[in-house]
Design a protein around this ligand. Sequence first.
Ligand SMILES: Nc1ncnc2c1ncn2[C@@H]1O[C@H](COP(=O)(O)OP(=O)(O)O)[C@@H](O)[C@H]1O
Ligand SMILES: [Mg+2]
Length: 233
Amino acid sequence: MLQMTDVKKVFRTDLIETHALRDFSLQVDEGDFVAVTGPSGSGKTTFLNIAGLLETFSDGTYELDGVNVSQLNDKQRSRMRNEKIGFIFQGFNLIPDLDLFDNVDVPLRYRGFNAKERRKRIEQSLDLVGLANRMKHLPAQLSGGQQQRVAIARALAGEPRFLLADEPTGNLDSTMAASVMALLQDINARGTTIVMVTHDQVLANQAKRNIFVRDGQVSELSTGAAFPNAAIA
Ligand SMILES: Nc1ncnc2c1ncn2[C@@H]1O[C@H](COP(=O)(O)OP(=O)(O)O)[C@@H](O)[C@H]1O
Ligand SMILES: [Mg+2]
């Protein structure tokens, strides 16, 4: 379970202070699938990066699986991130010189699994995303939708409890976006908790819960299908 209470994040440069999150409070329960929408610059990515222990925050509390993350040192944070969290980004972030097998292997190497265990996890996760027969392909030999599936396999290979996705369909056409969303729903049904930032209200409506972020705060909470008109679009 993920619980943020009054989390604040301020970015400071010489000239300007940006309050990216102001009293951001949210609870995400085990098994949930939360879609996060909101205007550009409202703090969605900042929230996701803090949730994923990639970024620190200035004030408030954040508990992940009952652990107050502010009290962890860098090494403990990294370990918790590697063990519990998988990330998917808009730009896929695959390594172009590595084939699919080796791309999915990258985070597993950090975890110290032996070669046999890694191979098993890589094959299983590529199989789950329907790319088991492409293991020796390079990312450039795949469509955008397939590349995002590889990124999802990479995120899942470590069997994370939480999958955090920042506009995972932002670079995809609507058909590919729908298939990536279907895959995420399947993964959620298998028990992985998902938080997904998206611009796409149609996809957001397919999640179990919708939250809306504005000016660094959660300004609206609603259950799925809260925007029936958008769903028809
Ligand atoms: N590293 C950073 N340094 C300074 N300002 C930042 C940084 N990251 C984000 N911001 C600012 O924080 C606000 C929220 O950004 P972000 O979380 O990326 O919004 P969103 O993902 O909703 O578009 C924006 O005003 C953005 O310019
Ligand atoms: Mg963003």
